[in-house]
Design a protein around this ligand. Structure first.
Ligand SMILES: [Zn+2]
Length: 130
C-alpha cells in the first residue's frame, strides 16, 4: 500500500509551504463563512484546496518550486516580523522603542519610570516611560 503511494507520487511535486498556507487559508475562509452565517460562501474555501491538490500531484516540479520560492519571498519577512513581535510580547523585563533618528530598535529595562534614552547608533536622545 505504502509502496504504491510512493510509486504514484514518484515524479510528482508533493507538499510545500505554499500548499500549507493554502490549506490554512481554506480553513480561515470556511471559519469566517461559518461566523458570518452564509453556508453557501463556504464553497469558496474549496478553491485554495483545489490548488493544493493540483500542486501536490503536479509533474511540473520546477514550476511548482518557483511558485513556492515566490511565496517564501513574501512570507519570510512576515514570519520574521511575527516572531519578533511574539518574542517582545513574552519579554516582561524590557521595553522596546524605535529610535526616531535612525529607526534602530532600542531595548530598555522595564519599570524604571521616566528615563532619558540615548540611541547608541546615532546619539539621538529622547525621554520615555518604562
Ligand atoms: Zn538612532
Amino acid at each position: 500500500m505504502f509502496n504504491r503511494l510512493k510509486q504514484f507520487m514518484y515524479g510528482r511535486y508533493g507538499s510545500d509551504q505554499l500548499s500549507m498556507a493554502l490549506i490554512i487559508l481554506a480553513f480561515v475562509i470556511s471559519f469566517i463563512t461559518i461566523l458570518i452565517g452564509i453556508p453557501f460562501l463556504n464553497l469558496i474555501s474549496y478553491i485554495p484546496l483545489g490548488f493544493v491538490i493540483f500542486r501536490t500531484f503536479s509533474r511540473n516540479i520546477s514550476k511548482r518550486y518557483a511558485e513556492n520560492q515566490k511565496f517564501l519571498k513574501y512570507y519570510y519577512p512576515i514570519q520574521t516580523k511575527i516572531k519578533t513581535k511574539i518574542t517582545r510580547a513574552k519579554d516582561k523585563n524590557n521595553k522596546y522603542y524605535k529610535c526616531k533618528g535612525c529607526g534602530a530598535t532600542l531595548r530598555v529595562p522595564k519599570g524604571k519610570g521616566r528615563i532619558d534614552i540615548t540611541c547608541p547608533k546615532c546619539r539621538t536622545k529622547f525621554t520615555k516611560r518604562t
